[in-house]
Design a binder for this molecule. Structure first.
Ligand SMILES: *Cc1c(COP(=O)(O)O)cnc(C)c1O
Length: 465
């Protein structure tokens, strides 16, 4: 499989190169040259396969040319071996129609582990053979950072610089990053929002001086390999609920549009998906874009679901690329305009192509109600992000005979304060996290200026070999 940029001018890359590159050098994002498809029979044949084997079947066409099936299976086994549930991503039934897909059984209690544990294995494998040394620069609204640090700590072919918006992530999220003591991990708290941090990362990728000295790479959800890993659980869940003979809908708590884009990929590959419900909190740029074509950046409001406190959703560009007929130069013009004006209108004809999606904006009140409903209906304590997805799922007009699966993106204990406020009950941290709340923290606070951040990275990163 070869990968092309959404903006049409970056070189075409193999799976190995696209994994290590992250962002395309024309400012675009990499996508497969064409979507591979599974026939109905091939989807039916997934029935009864465990998570690892499902992962091998779904990822095979994407990794082809870089890894053979046995090599990939070994990495997948290693990646998911540490998950605390034997099903990796178990389904839980809430009522006759509503289901949860629990994606939080990895080491840092959020769905980002599903992708990053695999990405860590891919990095180790590809760098081991290449004698390259990478400098990973990341911005996190909380969960990507902890998952990336857990996946890459101690790997001596990479240094990881992870920025989070100071004071805007939960204590558990912060501690899962700052208590990891490894010589290749640097935690940076910056003044500002997640979008500010993300803008610094983008600027560093475009900075010739930094690129000359360091082999920069990214692990945020612009990295294709992460999205590939997430496609797997859509198939895994849908097949368990009767696919391909029965359609299934998914409700996805959305921030950077990565997780829900993986659902779109599953649909392109042939999975019969009734609907993808894009659930946002009050930071609702995606809801406005999908419902009214209004993709304009507002101010970020801090909410109880901080991993969705995002205005610019990087992966949305991948959807726009497909909806616009995969015309790189045209999309490049559209995105350049958006980067200047901070707004664009999605043309009507592009929206018609997206009938797979509906969207909902869920405020704090509706989030709390859904959280309490899950508690009362089935004894499930869920986290605020999951509650946003569930509120959107319950409010949708999906026919009663179609199962609706809400992606449970975080363990409730990761957002214990918010859960306690809404449900009156404090979720307990799983025992496997041990003494997280007592361990010493390591973190550097920097002002939100690009120069300060670049200087810090330049001082600590190992240069290109
Ligand atoms: C990252 C995250 C999201 C949003 O996922 P995207 O892929 O950015 O849309 C939702 N919930 C939780 C708990 C997350 O960590």
């Amino acid at each position: 499989m070869q990968y092309i940029s959404t903006r049409g001018t970056a070189p075409t890359l193999s799976f190995q190169d696209v994994t290590l590159a992250g962002l395309a050098n024309d400012g675009g994002l990499y996508v497969p040259q064409a979507w591979p498809t599974l026939s109905r029979e091939q989807i039916a044949d997934l029935a009864g396969l465990d998570y690892i084997e499902t992962c091998v079947r779904i990822c095979a066409p994407f990794v082809a040319g870089s890894l053979n099936e046995d090599e990939f299976r070994a990495l997948a086994k290693e990646a998911y071996g540490g998950f605390a549930h034997a099903a990796i991503t178990p389904l839980v039934q809430l009522d006759a129609q509503q289901w949860l897909l629990e994606l939080f059984h990895g080491p840092t209690l959020a769905f980002k582990d599903v992708a990053l544990q695999l990405l860590g294995q891919l990095f180790a494998r590809f760098l081991d053979k290449s004698d390259r040394h990478l400098t990973i620069i990341g911005a996190t609204s909380g969960d990507t950072g902890s998952a990336a640090i857990h996946a890459l700590a101690g790997l001596d072919t990479v240094d990881v610089f992870m920025m989070h918006p100071k004071g805007r992530i939960s204590d558990v999220q912060r501690r899962q990053m700052t208590t990891i003591v490894a010589p290749n991990v640097y935690n940076i708290a910056i003044e500002g929002s997640f979008d500010d941090a993300q803008a610094h990362v983008k600027r560093m990728f475009g900075d010739p001086a930094m690129n000359a000295r360091f082999d920069l790479s990214a692990v945020n959800s612009i990295n294709w390999a992460r999205l590939m890993a997430q496609v797997v659980y859509y198939f895994y869940a849908a097949v368990r609920l009767g696919a391909p003979h029965r359609k299934v809908a998914f409700s996805v708590p959305t921030g950077n549009f990565g997780d829900v884009f993986a659902g779109y990929v599953a649909a392109q590959m042939g999975l019969p998906i009734e609907r993808l419900i894009v659930a946002t909190n009050v930071n609702d740029i995606l809801h406005r874009a999908l419902s009214a074509g209004d993709y304009s950046v507002g101010d970020v409001t801090a909410t109880a679901a901080p991993s969705m406190d995002i205005q610019v959703s990087s992966n949305f560009e991948r959807l726009l690329f497909d909806l616009g007929g995969r015309d790189g130069p045209a999309l490049a013009r559209m995105m350049t305009g958006f980067e200047t004006d901070r707004r664009m209108t999605i043309p009507e004809d592009m929206r018609i192509g997206s009938s797979l999606f509906t969207s909902a904006r869920i405020d704090a009140e509706d989030m709390s109600m859904a959280l309490r409903w899950a508690r009362e209906a089935s004894g499930q304590l869920i986290d605020p992000h999951t509650a946003i997805g569930l509120a959107a799922a319950r409010g949708s007009d999906i026919a009663p005979d179609v199962p609706v699966v809400t992606l449970a993106t975080a363990h409730p204990a990761k957002f214990g304060d918010a859960v306690e406020r809404a449900a009156g009950e404090r979720p307990r941290l799983p025992a496997r996290l041990g003494s997280l709340m007592d361990r010493e923290e390591r973190c550097t606070t920097l002002p939100g200026s690009y120069e300060a951040i670049a200087a810090f990275v330049a001082e600590h990163a190992r240069a290109r070999s």
